[in-house]
Every structure is written in C-alpha cells, then in structure tokens.
Design a protein around this ligand. Structure first.
Ligand SMILES: [Zn+2]
Length: 197
C-alpha cells in the first residue's frame, strides 16, 4: 500500500496516455488477424515471419507480454515467469484444436491486459505460486487464441521468439518506469475491454 500511496500525477498522466493510445489505435487492435471472427486468415499465418510479427501487430498480446516483463521484475522469483508464460501459451495453443471454443475468449484476453497492467502499476508482490498461477493462466488464454490462428511449428516458433523478446523488453526499465508503464497498459486494457461490447 505504501507504494500505491506514492502514486501521483505522473501515473495519472501515463494512464491518460494509455487511454489515448488505446483510443487512437482501435484500427490496429481490430486489425489483429485471426482471432475468432476472421479465422479464414489462418492459411496466411503459417510462416515463421507471420508468427514473429503476430504479437507485434496485436495490441492485446503486445501489452500483455510487456506487462509480464514489468511484473516479473517486481517479484522475488520473477525470473521464472516469462518461461512459465511461454510454456503455458504453447500448451494452450496445442490444446486449442481439441478443446471446445471458449466463449468471450477475446474479452478474457483483454482482461489479462488490464490485470497484468494493474499488477505492474502497483508493483504488487505476491507469493511465487500465485504469480506463477496468474501468469500461467494468462499465457494459456493467449495460447488458446493462437491455436486457432497460427498453424504449424514455424509460426509457433516465431511467435514464441517474439513473445520472449517482448517480455525481456518489459523487464528492462527501472522501478519507477515499470510502474508508470504498468499504469498505461492497465488503462489501455480498459479501452480494449470497452471495445469488446
Ligand atoms: Zn493473437
């Protein structure tokens, strides 16, 4: 709570920036191919490059992955979190074809952006098991969406590589920037959620 108390104007400014960013980029977010509605795009998403580019063109994945990196630095055993995400995301992707379609999966994914952003904004330190469960569940949900859109090992490899890079990028900033960036991502998550209705 002590950390939350230190939140001041910079956080509000960054939250506003995140909101603005989310509002300014609905085209980008909606252009995110392959999730649910336009699954006809699957055939065009089978190469390493498209897998590699996928988290960079989908705002939901981009922000969630950066937030995992941010939050991992705020945990005692945080170094395990990015690998946990990658494993559970791969698991989700490989299980997607055999699982029934999950209703409101896109909404759940937008909710992970909000959740992870808020966790990083408040630099919330939780027991290792809880952080692993949180990151694992979020990664699994993102993986489920990818199982439906990225077919083949090549695109999967590209996707994992880009995801790892984004989480490392998220882990680079200092403590203050981590929390500001978390606030911006949380605010963008609110906008993403609002777009789902
Ligand atoms: Zn995606």
């Amino acid at each position: 709570m002590r950390m939350a108390m230190r939140f001041g104007r910079p956080v509000l400014a960054l939250a506003a920036l995140g909101l603005g960013m989310g509002l300014a980029l609905p085209a980008l977010a909606l252009a995110h191919p392959g999730h649910g509605v336009d699954s006809g795009a699957v055939g065009s998403l089978s190469s390493f490059t498209t897998g590699l580019l996928h988290p960079l063109t989908g705002l939901d994945h981009l922000l969630a992955l950066l937030a995992v990196g941010l939050w991992s630095r705020q945990q005692r055993q945080g170094i395990v979190l990015p690998p946990v995400w990658l494993v559970l995301m791969a698991l989700g992707a490989s299980m997607a074809p055999v699982l029934p379609a999950i209703p409101a999966l896109e909404t759940s994914i937008a909710a992970t952006v909000l959740l992870l952003g808020v966790l990083a904004a408040f630099a919330l330190r939780v027991p290792a098991a809880l952080s692993v469960a949180t990151v694992g569940l979020c990664g699994f949900l993102h993986g489920l969406a990818h199982g439906q859109e990225l077919s083949g090992m090549a695109s999967g490899a590209g996707f994992l590589l880009a995801s790892a890079a984004l989480m490392v990028l998220g882990a680079l900033p200092g403590a203050r920037v981590r929390r500001l960036a978390g606030a911006a991502i949380g605010a963008a998550g609110v906008v993403l959620l609002a777009q789902m209705r």
